[in-house]
Ligand binder design. Structure first.
Ligand SMILES: *Cc1c(COP(=O)(O)O)cnc(C)c1O
Length: 417
């Protein structure tokens, strides 16, 4: 731990919230150097939807490595890539009647968001991007420009341009339909808002505080994008790959976005893999016009294919996620009601937020939870929301155990303040 303080940049973050050395992990459990067992409700911020070191997925990549198959080949064709596209098309896309092309981008979510913004600008010849209050899209300059957090925006040190912010669903209270507001400004010739190349949104804002957009609102935004000639980009980096119950977070609203951004849990194993799904008519790239060294890393494509084969061939996995999600929601709502309803519970599928309103309460609760063996992260405007992103493969005993630790930690915090 000494090395962290003396050698690693001050920018390090999670090692501050969770001050331990983690040695091994499996499923929803991480072990520390001291041998302490810790339940993980953060799951790499939604990167480990199938748990740590999922043994079925691991089998596919260890076999691949042992066979000396191609690990890196820029974006050359490999059986791993062809197999991935074939499996993803038949199991995920065809089933949902979503005919998309694939664009493999650089490894991070931000790389993919950046490519999506660039493509929408190229397609429309416009520069403005409409994004939403409390949105989060990554740390590259284009992505930060479309992200709400003043902390990150200030740290960018650049004049961030090219995005116009609009209030997300519920931002002005339940009585105001913020999709109406956006329609008004985009159809008013004198509103001061430029026609957008794209409207970029998360259907549930992960970093922004587990803010949930409603079905009607999402449909209104999709219709609006079409009416004003803008592309609809759904950033499904954190909420995709089953987090909300369906493979894509927008399925419940029946959307068909023009571009979908996937990353985090796409590889199924915590390996970096990002891609865009693009409607064919918007695939306006010239060959090699957007490139990158680490596009479609073959090892990650192999684990991604395995994850889809194992979990998405039948509908049972979605049902399990919804079932675990209902259980989590009920527990959190009960905990909230037992403490005078000063807390709000929000979420969908297996993404839940417990809004403490006061960041001090959220901080003390998550600190205590870690001491008791539970990794819980905070999110929201000022880190006032406790975020629950357990692995989708978690067993109900471990889920229950984690929720009990959360409750004990909250009770302890409330007793002290
Ligand atoms: C994490 C995240 C990103 C950025 O992904 P990185 O891999 O950290 O660059 C973008 N959008 C959303 C919604 C995210 O949660």
């Amino acid at each position: 731990m000494q090395a962290l303080e003396s050698l690693e940049s001050n920018v390090r973050s999670y090692s501050r919230s969770f001050p331990a050395v983690f040695t091994r992990a499996r499923g929803s459990i991480m072990l520390t150097e001291g041998g302490q067992r810790t339940i993980d409700f953060l799951s790499g911020a939604g990167t480990l939807n199938y748990g740590h070191n999922n043994h079925q997925i691991k089998l596919a990549i260890t076999e691949y490595l042992a066979s000396d198959a191609v690990v890196h080949g820029l974006d050359m064709a490999t059986p791993a890539k062809l197999q991935f596209m074939d499996t993803f098309s038949s199991v995920i896309l065809r089933e949902r009647n979503l005919p998309y092309r694939f664009q493999f981008t650089g490894p991070s979510g931000a790389c993919a968001v950046e490519a999506a913004l660039k493509l929408s600008r190229k397609v429309t010849g416009r520069h403005n991007i409409v994004s939403f209050t409390h949105g989060y899209h990554g740390m590259s300059l284009g992505a930060i420009a479309a992200s709400g957090s003043r902390y990150y925006r200030t740290a960018s040190g650049a004049a961030l341009s090219g995005a116009t912010f609009s209030p997300y669903d519920g931002y002005l209270g339940q009585a105001v339909d913020t999709a109406d507001y956006l329609r008004k400004v985009l159809t008013d010739e004198s509103s001061g808002v430029d026609y957008p190349a794209a409207i970029l949104l998360e259907t549930v804002q992960g970093e922004g505080g587990i803010n949930v957009a409603g079905r009607e609102w999402l449909r209104s935004i999709q219709a609006l994008a079409k009416d004003v000639g803008a592309l609809l980009i759904v950033d499904d980096v954190q909420m995709g790959c089953g987090r909300t119950g369906d493979f894509f977070s927008f399925e419940f609203a029946g959307l068909s976005p023009d571009i979908v951004v996937l990353s985090k849990s796409l590889s199924g194993y915590g390996l970096p893999l990002s891609m865009l799904l693009i409607k064919e008519e918007f695939d306006a790239w010239q060959p090699g016009e957007h490139t990158g060294t680490f596009r479609g890393n073959n090892l990650a494509l192999v684990s991604a294919t395995a994850a889809i084969e194992i979990y998405w061939r039948c509908r049972a996995f979605s049902q399990t996620i919804h079932h675990l999600g209902d259980f989590t929601r009920r527990r959190l709502e009960t905990i909230a009601s037992e403490h005078g309803n000063r807390f709000a519970v929000r979420g969908r599928g297996m993404a839940w937020g417990f809004d403490c309103e006061m960041p001090e309460i959220a901080a003390a609760t998550t600190r205590t939870a870690f001491e008791k063996g539970l990794i819980l992260e905070r999110c929201g405007r000022v880190d006032e929301v406790i975020k629950f992103l357990p692995a989708l493969t978690i067993d109900s005993e471990t889920l229950d155990e984690g929720l009990n630790i959360f409750e004990e930690s909250l009770v302890k915090t409330l007793r002290q303040c």
